[in-house]
Design a protein around this ligand. Structure first.
Ligand code: FES
Length: 102
């Protein structure tokens, strides 16, 4: 599919997470220290939107059971999550944020 527009950069907040739908795929977008990151937005443990959780120390914490994932790598950081979270390439062009889901 290549690069797909996911959001406006101006909708993102430093240290925050925003959930978007990209061609039917739920994606979480993050802005950390001025850099963009993108992961799948559904926890690998059970069904919860990570964009409803919160970001701390480079990790996103799931709102349902407080499992954490490294935003940069998708690595599961603590119980009960064990499955890695998918991460995606992300880039900015002006105010547009693009994600590559492949
Ligand atoms: Fe995310 Fe359980 S659903 S930790």
């Amino acid at each position: 599919m290549g690069w797909l527009r996911a959001a406006s950069f101006s909708d993102l907040k430093e240290g925050g997470v925003v959930g978007v739908d990209v061609a039917g795929t739920p994606v979480a977008l993050y802005l950390l220290d001025g850099a963009l990151y993108a992961t799948h937005n559904i926890c690998t443990h059970q069904f919860a939107f990570l964009s409803d959780g919160y970001v701390e120390d480079g990790c996103v914490e799931c709102p349902l059971h407080q499992g954490q994932f490294d935003i940069r790598t998708g690595e599961a950081k603590c119980a009960p999550v064990t499955g890695r979270l998918a991460t995606y390439a992300v880039k900015r062009a002006g105010d547009d944020v693009f994600v590559d889901l492949e």
